[in-house]
Write a new protein. Structure first.
Length: 322
C-alpha cells in the first residue's frame, strides 16, 4: 500500500507540474498542459482508480497552496476528475452469465468504449462551460468579456491611443464564435488521446488489467443521435441556452468523428495499402480540417445503417495459409 501511495503522489506531482507549466508562457508548456492528465490516467489504469484519487487530491491541494484556489479547482475539474473516472470506467467489467473460457475464468464484459467516449464528451462540455462561466453568467456578458480580451491581445502591439482596425474587429468577432467550439474540440481530442496513450503505456508495461479493446468496433449508444439532433435544434434558440447547445453539439460531432475513423479502419481491412490510406486520411484531416465533415458523416451513416456490420457480413473469408 505504501508503494501505491508513493506512486500516486509521484504521478500527482508530475501532473501538477505539467499543468502549472502553462504559467511560463513557453510554447512547449502548451503541450505539457494538454498532457497533464496522462500521469494520473496511467496510475488509474496500472494501479487502480484509488491511486489516481490520491495523486489527484495531492496535486490539487499543492496547486491550491502555491497558486491559489482557482488553480486548485481548475486542476480538479480538468485533470483529476476525468483521469480518475475514465480510468475507473476503463477497468469496469462484469462476468457474462453462462459463458466462460475456463471454469475458473469467466468471460468478462468490459465497459463499452462508446460509452467511455460519451463520458469524454461530457467532460469536454463541463470544462468548456466552466471556463465560459468564469467570464460571465449570461451569453451577452460572456461574449463581451471574451471579445474585450481578444481585442486586447490583438491590439497589444499598437499604440494606446489607436483604435482597433475594422479587420481586427472582424477577426475578433469571428474568434468569439469559434473559440468555445474550438475549446470543446481540443478537450475532446486531448482527453481521448491521453486515455489511449495511458492504455498503451500500461499495456506495454504489463500493468493493464484488461484486454486491449477492439477500437474499430466502437459504437455510440443509439440515443446519442437523438441528443445530437436536440442540441442542434437548441443552437437556434439564442442566448445562453444556444451557447451551451453549440458546445454539446460540437462534443457529440467530434464523438461521431472518432466513430467515423473506427468505421474507416474497418472498411479498409481488405486493402493491401491500408496503412497508406489511413495515414493519408489522418494527415489530410489534420492539415485541412474541413474533411472531418466527411468522417463525421461516415460515423452518423454507420449509426443509422450499420455500415460496418454490412461490410463484415459481405466480406469474403480469408484465403487459407499456404
Amino acid at each position: 500500500m505504501i508503494a501505491i501511495v508513493l506512486i500516486a503522489i509521484a504521478a500527482g506531482a508530475a501532473s501538477a507540474l505539467m499543468f502549472a507549466s502553462i504559467v511560463s508562457g513557453a510554447l512547449i508548456s502548451l503541450l505539457l498542459f494538454y498532457l497533464a492528465p496522462l500521469p494520473l490516467m496511467v496510475t488509474a489504469l496500472g494501479w487502480g482508480p484509488l491511486a489516481a484519487t490520491i495523486g489527484g487530491i495531492a496535486a490539487a491541494a499543492s496547486l491550491g497552496a502555491i497558486f491559489g484556489l482557482p488553480y486548485c479547482i481548475a486542476f480538479a475539474v480538468m485533470v483529476a476528475l476525468p483521469s480518475w473516472w475514465l480510468g475507473h470506467l476503463a477497468l469496469l467489467g462484469r462476468p457474462v452469465a453462462g459463458e466462460a473460457v475456463e471454469p475458473a475464468q469467466p468471460l468478462i464484459e468490459w465497459y463499452p468504449v462508446g460509452r467511455i467516449l460519451l463520458w469524454i464528451a461530457a467532460f469536454a462540455v463541463l470544462t468548456t462551460t466552466g471556463a465560459l462561466l468564469t467570464l460571465g453568467s449570461d451569453a451577452e456578458t460572456i461574449t463581451a468579456t471574451l471579445r474585450h480580451g481578444l481585442l486586447r491581445v490583438f491590439t497589444a502591439a499598437t499604440a494606446a491611443d489607436e483604435q482597433p482596425s475594422g479587420d481586427i474587429e472582424r477577426v475578433v468577432d469571428w474568434l468569439v464564435i469559434i473559440a468555445p467550439l474550438a475549446a470543446t474540440m481540443v478537450a475532446m481530442v486531448t482527453l481521448t488521446l491521453n486515455l489511449w496513450l495511458a492504455g498503451k503505456v500500461t499495456q506495454t508495461s504489463g500493468r493493464l488489467h484488461r484486454p486491449w479493446p477492439e477500437l474499430r468496433s466502437t459504437v455510440l449508444p443509439p440515443m446519442t443521435l437523438v441528443a445530437l439532433l436536440v442540441a442542434l435544434g437548441l443552437c437556434f434558440v439564442g442566448g445562453t441556452i444556444a451557447m451551451l447547445a453549440q458546445i454539446v453539439t460540437t462534443a457529440l460531432v467530434i464523438a461521431y468523428a472518432l466513430v467515423g475513423f473506427a468505421v474507416l479502419h474497418t472498411l479498409t481491412l481488405s486493402l493491401t495499402s491500408r496503412s497508406f490510406w489511413l495515414a493519408g486520411t489522418y494527415v489530410v484531416v489534420v492539415v485541412f480540417a474541413w474533411p472531418i465533415v466527411a468522417v463525421v458523416a461516415l460515423g452518423i451513416t454507420d449509426a443509422l445503417f450499420g455500415v460496418r456490420q454490412r461490410y463484415l457480413r459481405s466480406r469474403p473469408p480469408p484465403l487459407p495459409a499456404s
